[in-house]
Write a protein that binds this ligand. Structure first.
Ligand SMILES: NC(=O)c1ccc[n+]([C@@H]2O[C@H](COP(=O)([O-])OP(=O)(O)OC[C@H]3O[C@@H](n4cnc5c(N)ncnc54)[C@H](O)[C@@H]3O)[C@@H](O)[C@H]2O)c1
Length: 330
């Protein structure tokens, strides 16, 4: 392994703190500190022993190889570009940007400068997803037919510049595309504002994933936090729980005629869903380890996939907003 990499975190909020904790503990990383304009955030960083800076300009006065951009979504574009222009590798949190134009420019500028630009789609590094990916690759699921995802929970007060599709739905759009290795087409979107007065906070998306029917349920309304996915294939069924890092698999089987109600119930309860071996690890840590590999020359996950996820999220937003303006039932 070559010399240690100096990596900083720009934006020491909810997710930036998790990045900092991990970076400070990754071998081969010389944690370069955090940038945040809020004095409270900087004081908190200092209490952890991290150097702190009030601006990217100040950070850039020090030796730096790369930075994690974990500022509010509206700032992903200007701050990432500032870093790319300075020749600094970037891991930008999802969503890539606020608009397709911004995201396209970020990708073009990073390519032109030969600067790594990775997008923080952390669920790709969830061990439950990695297990599912292996089962799909080994053909156990067979030809995929239908995918469902649920990403529901309560209202996050700190998110002020994105609706529920752009803020969290992009994870599922990205994961469907990632697991099925295909681009998505939005077919329909229904949703509205249940609690919020200015942003969509619940949505159901119907998408075509290369011939596979994909449905995503997203909201900030359900009082229980659920993050899961199912994939039905010709040869088997997968059930993935991201929060518990569990992957279950049921091989395809024939319908069995039973004589009693107990036997009828039993065939749906016992040994139908098999728990796959999953070694629990913190997905963010795995994502950052991948970023370090990328900085050392490994292939960078294509940021264009993140641009496609954003495109679908924005299309769904537009579709729902049009329906709301037209007064159609949501
Ligand atoms: N991958 C994930 O699962 C995941 C989870 C949470 C958040 N996120 C993304 O991360 C980003 C940050 O979200 P959050 O929940 O941590 O937000 P947050 O509001 O908790 O934190 C953002 C921080 O950025 C700081 N900041 C604002 N302007 C800045 C600037 N010019 N320079 C440096 N710092 C600045 C703020 O002071 C704040 O401390 C969002 O884009 C969000 O979508 C991703």
């Amino acid at each position: 392994m070559s010399a240690k990499l100096a990596i900083a975190v720009v934006g020491f909020g909810a997710i930036g703190r998790q990045h900092a904790r991990n970076l400070a503990n990754i071998e081969g990383v010389d944690f370069a500190g955090v940038v945040d304009p809020l004095s409270d955030a900087r004081a908190s960083a200092e209490s952890h022993g991290y150097p702190s800076f009030s601006s990217v300009e100040d950070l850039l006065k020090n030796p730096l190889d790369a930075a994690v951009v974990s500022v509010p979504t509206a700032l992903h574009y200007p701050i990432s570009l500032q870093l790319i222009h300075a020749g600094i590798g970037v891991l930008v949190e999802k969503p890539l940007a606020q608009t397709i134009e911004q995201g396209t420019e970020m990708i073009e500028r990073s390519r032109a400068g030969g600067i790594p630009l990775m997008v923080g789609y952390v669920e790709r590094f969830n061990p439950a997803i990695i297990a599912a990916q292996g089962l799909i690759r080994d053909g156990l699921v067979g030809k995929p037919l239908q995918v469902t995802t649920r990403r529901v929970g309560t209202w996050p007060a700190r998110v002020r510049d994105a609706n529920v599709i752009v803020d969290i739905g992009v994870h599922d759009i990205d994961l469907i595309s990632f697991l099925l290795q295909t681009n998505l087409t939005l077919l329909d979107a229904q949703g509205g504002m249940a609690i919020s007065t200015d942003r969509i906070d619940y949505a159901s998306l119907m998408m075509d994933a290369g011939g596979v029917a994909a449905t995503a349920l997203i909201n900030w309304v359900t009082p229980v936090k659920i993050r899961d996915m199912t994939i039905t294939g010709l040869a088997g069924f997968l059930q993935i729980d991201y929060l518990r890092q569990q992957t279950h698999f049921a091989p395809g089987r024939d319908f069995v005629i039973t004589e009693s109600y107990e036997d009828f119930i039993a065939q749906y309860e016992e040994g139908v869903l098999l728990e796959c071996p999953v070694v629990r690890r913190e997905p963010l840590r795995l994502e950052l380890e991948k970023f370090v590999d990328v900085l050392h020359g490994a292939e960078c996950p294509d940021p264009k996939i993140a641009l496609e996820s954003l495109r679908i999220a924005l299309e769904a937003t537009g579709m729902i907003e049009r329906k709301l303006r037209l007064g159609a039932p949501t």
